[in-house]
Structures are given as C-alpha cells and as structure tokens.
Write a new protein. Structure first.
Lengths: 259, 329
C-alpha cells in the first residue's frame, strides 16, 4: 500500500493472551494453570478493526506491534491477514512477569522510533485486565490518551473521538500524537482474516526487536494463583413447565426474604 | 507521620460523594489501624468545598485535603494526572487508594508512570504483612485469585473496586480540612471535551442498587430487553447488561456489568440469557444471591447461581412477571 505524506502513521498494539475459558484447576492444591490455547486479545481485535477503518476513510499506514514470547508472532500474522500493512514483534519472553509500567516503557521506546501519530490499543487484556499499558505509554511519551473509545474521526489532522464513559457519552477533540484505547467493535469496522490475506501474511517479514535487559526486576511479587471457590451449591430447576419453575423461584425468593 | 499516611483520592460526581469513596475509607481505616497511621482523603476538582466538608464528617477520616483547580472539571485524564501526582508527591503516603472507577482507572495508570510507582488495579482486599502492603485481586476473568506484594519503595498504589468493602458512615464530627496547591502543566490540557451527553439517570444507580436484573445474548435482539426492563420494574431493580450485548450495540456501556464495565454486589442479581463468561462473572460474583435463567444447562452461570432455572426465558420470565404481579395485587 502506498502512503501519501499526509497519511497518519498508526501503531495498533496487540497482546496474545491465553484463552481464559481454558483455565484448569488442580483439585488438590486449587492451583490454577492455563491451557495451551493462545488467542488475540478481544479488545485488541477491535483496535485492529478501528485502525483499518481509519485507514479506509482517511488514509493511514497501520503497523501492528506486540510485546511477548516468540509464539506471539501468531497474532501478528492474524493482524497482517486482516489487512494491517506491517508488523513488529518486541521480544519479551516473560511478559507477564514484568510490571505493566515496564512493558509500557519498552513499547513506548519502539513507538518513538517510528514517529507514529496514533497508537490504538484495546481497552484492557482478557487475562490481567489492568488496562494500564495504554495510558502508561501515553504518559511515557508525554502524549494524551482517551480510553473507552467507540469511534474515531479525523478532520484536518484533528482527532474527534467518541467515548462511552460511566454516565455519559463524550466527544473529545485532540491533536495527534495520542493513544486511543478501543472499547467496542462496531460492525462496520470488524475485520476478519481472509485466506488470501493469510497467504500474503506468511510471506511478510516480521522484524524482531531485542530489548536485552530492558525488563529489569519487578517491584511486585505475585503469589501462586489459586482458583476462586465457585461452588454455589444452588437449587437448579430443570425441565419443569415455565409456570411451575416461576412458582418455585418466587417461593425461594420469599424464603430468602428477597421479596 | 507522613510515612504512615493512608491516602484516598475521594471520588465525587455532580456535587455528590460516590459510594465507592466511603468503601475506601473503611479499607484505609483498617490499614491505618494496623500501622498506627492516619487516613487522609484528598478531594480534587473545582468548586469542591462542600464535598470536602462532607468527607470530613465521615467516620474514620483523620484529615481532608482539598486540591482546587479550574482545569479539573469536567474530568479529563491529563489534568487529573497532574493534580493527583502533585497530591501524592506532597503527602508521601504509605498507601494510595484510588477508586477503581472509569475515571479512577483512567488517571491512576498515568500517575504511576509519572511518579515511577508500581500499581495494582481492581483490588478486592488489602493487608499488611511484615511491613509490606499485600493486595488481593482476581485475574483471568475472576476465576483465579492472587496476592500481590509491594516489595519496592515508594507509595503502594492501588485501585479498589466497588463493593470490596462496606461503606463508612457519617457522623456529627468534622475532621480538619486544609488546602493543597496543585499546578497543572499545559501539556496535560491538550485534549478538550467538546460534548457530553449524560445517560438516563436510572443507569447510574447500578453499582448502588440492591437488586439488579441483567440481560445477555440469550435475549436474541435489542428489543427483547423490554422483558428485562419489565421484570426489573416488578422487582424494583436496576437494569444491567452483559458485555456481549453492549458490544453488539443493544445497550449502552453504562449498563455493562463485568470487566471494563461495572462491578456490582447487590443482594439479588437476576441473570437472564447470560451464559456467564468469565468477563461477566468477575463483575457480579460478589452478589449475595444469584438467580439464573438460561436454556443451556452447562452454562457457567449455573455454577454460581443460588437458584437456577434451565429453560426458555421467553416462557419463564413472562410467567414470573405474571405471578409476581398477581402476588402484589
């Protein structure tokens, strides 16, 4: 894809995450471990879609970036197959053992090298849900950020961003550079990899960035994660006619003094 | 004394203290009693004298500091990062508690980066062990819990989710109130809010509601939320929604229960057509009683339900509404 000088340079940040529906628990110790399945983080897929929607409407060059172990390459291949122009892998094998702030600073260093106008990222990750890396990249680069983004418009290089806050819908105007954290995938901006795209993606070179000792020690020590006890041991009504089931529920609500 | 200050960034909206701030006072008081420290509530904003006085009446608060600045209203993360960073630098607290709200999460991460601090978000409980702060939180969609220990120097910064602690009450008292100066750089004011439309007032009560009826993808389409609203009306409950329905555009994000939405802990939570994805469970598993109605007997929501009905919600819910109405007559 050719890039006009006026086009925005967009980085879209992707995290490869474990499939959180595949957590297994050791019945003796209650220690939790993850399955082997790895997927593209849900909100990051929305961010890829929004980046490509911006490219289609206003012109842009889109680079997907991930920081993680070598197998994170798979989410970059998926992003390329979906239509992003290029991809970069930041080699960070133990990415879940480093602080979010460290990850943010490592990614910020890479972002600064390429003079991006815009960084898009998902609102948070499926696994750790901290939502910190986006704002912390913005802070490290002294950029603005907007979270919970639902739509992005570009007018004369001014960004008009819609967000869905707690009690309001907001429109925010800012000039690039900025970090935008994407909340929702509008139907018109959702993208899926095509077969042709997948074949083309495999032919692309994905540069690997070595951060060396960049990670450093963490100031946070994690205990071994254990499964949350989730046995409500509740009453389950199965196969009863609707009126009867409803009646039993009402009797139970009364018994519990909930009505 | 500064090293044993437990600092709370008090949250307020439209001239009112938000409940989560009162829960943070309870959390902070426990920590302060453990380390023989003081609980300080910092209130940032513009035109906030009345809010400051209200915080001074809350039991367990030792001191209130007010950081008044015209650029703090309406909320934008840039100016708030500047203000909260300034407060933390001046008070040098042992622990800093920020509400894990949409606004709190938005500035906490930046403050941590600006001051080079470790941050643990969405904490459910806090303790002190061997002089170090330990924050307990759930990860992987709430299925897994872990304890995270602050081993570095500097204030231990956490955001605390709503419902994690009980609310502190207010009394006929007034803790001392003082002002702190905060300066906000122009570089923190580059984004401008040009439009804000408040959602319907009803949605605001979600985190404070005693009863919630929520709908999920099992409703099939946006129009069928009418059934959720009708049952909520009969039960005098607030209406919530799963992330899937918000992503599909059926409901506003302000209704969303779960990760990236609200964390709720009502007495009664009724889940209609919600399978119970981890992202949803993390937001509502603290409810006292969970009622689930779903067609799929293997839906994870039944694992945490106190009362579950395996069946077609389009049959069961109208029957339920009819019987509740006739019982009320």
């Amino acid at each position: 894809m050719s890039t006009a000088p006026s086009d925005l340079k967009i980085a879209v940040l992707i995290k490869q995450v474990p499939d959180i529906n595949e957590v297994t628990v050791d019945p003796a110790t209650r220690y939790a471990s993850l399955g082997s399945a790895r997927v593209m983080n849900t909100y990051d897929a929305y961010a890829v879609g929004e980046a490509l929607a911006i490219r289609d409407r206003f012109g842009a060059h889109v680079t997907a970036i991930t920081a993680g172990p070598p197998e994170s390459r798979n989410v970059l291949l998926r992003a390329l197959a979906t239509g992003v122009d290029e991809a970069i892998l930041i080699d960070l094998p133990h990415h879940n053992d480093v602080e979010s702030l460290t990850t943010a600073r490592i990614i910020a260093t890479e972002v600064a090298k390429h003079e991006f106008d815009l960084v898009l990222a998902g609102q948070s990750s499926d696994d750790y849900e901290s939502g910190q890396v986006g704002p912390q990249i913005a802070e490290t680069l002294n950029w603005s950020h907007v979270s919970l983004v639902t739509h992005v418009d570009v007018r004369d290089r001014l960004l008009i961003v819609n967000r869905d806050a707690e009690a309001s819908k907001e429109t925010i105007e800012l000039s690039p550079p900025a970090v935008l954290m994407v909340l929702s995938g509008r139907e018109e901006s959702q993208r899926f990899p095509s077969l042709k795209g997948m074949i083309a993606a495999k032919k692309k070179t994905i540069p690997v960035v070595d951060v060396g000792e960049g990670a450093g020690p963490s100031r946070l020590e994690w205990s071994v994660p254990t499964a949350v006890e989730r046995e409500a041991d509740g009453i389950i009504v199965h196969g009863a006619p609707a009126e009867e089931a409803a009646g039993q529920l009402i009797a139970w609500l009364k018994e519990q003094k909930l009505i | 004394m500064s090293s044993s200050t437990i600092l709370i960034i008090g949250e307020h909206h439209n001239g009112r203290i938000r409940t989560v701030s009162l829960e943070l006072v309870t959390a902070a008081r426990e920590l302060a009693d453990t380390v023989d420290g003081e609980v300080v509530v910092a209130v940032a904003g513009s035109d906030i004298a009345a809010i400051g006085s209200e915080f001074a009446r809350v039991e367990g608060v030792d001191r209130v500091v007010i950081a008044e600045h015209a650029s703090l209203n309406p909320f934008l993360p840039g100016p708030w990062t500047g203000a909260v960073s300034g407060i933390v630098q001046q008070l040098e607290p042992f622990v800093t508690l920020i509400p894990s709200s949409i606004t709190g999460r938005d500035y906490a991460a930046r403050v941590a980066a600006r001051l080079d601090l470790a941050l643990v978000p969405d904490v459910l409980a806090l303790s002190i062990d061997a002089g170090q702060v330990v924050a307990h939180r759930a990860v992987l969609g709430g299925r897994v819990q872990t304890a995270i220990r602050f081993v570095g120097s500097g204030t231990a910064m956490v955001t605390v989710g709503p419902g994690a602690y009980s609310r502190a009450s207010s009394g006929e008292r007034s803790a001392p109130i003082e002002s702190v100066d905060v300066s906000i750089d122009d570089s923190d004011k580059r984004a401008a809010l040009v439009d804000r439309k408040e959602h319907k007032a009803a949605a605001k009560g979600l985190t404070e509601a005693d009863r919630i009826v929520s709908g999920g993808r099992g409703l099939g389409k946006a129009e069928n939320f009418a059934l959720v609203e009708e049952l909520a009306g009969v039960l005098d409950a607030a209406v919530g929604a799963s992330g899937a329905t918000v992503g599909a555009g059926w409901r506003a994000h302000s209704d969303q229960v779960g990760s990236t939405g609200h964390t709720v802990s009502p007495k009664l939570y009724v889940a209609l057509g919600i399978s119970g994805a981890p992202q949803h469970l993390v937001g509502m598993s603290g409810s006292d009683h969970v009622v689930a109605i779903n067609r799929d007997p293997d839906a994870p929501i039944f694992k945490i339900a106190s009362f579950g009905i395996v069946g077609d919600l389009f049959d069961v819910v109208p029957a339920l509404i009819a019987q509740l109405k006739s019982a009320a007559d």
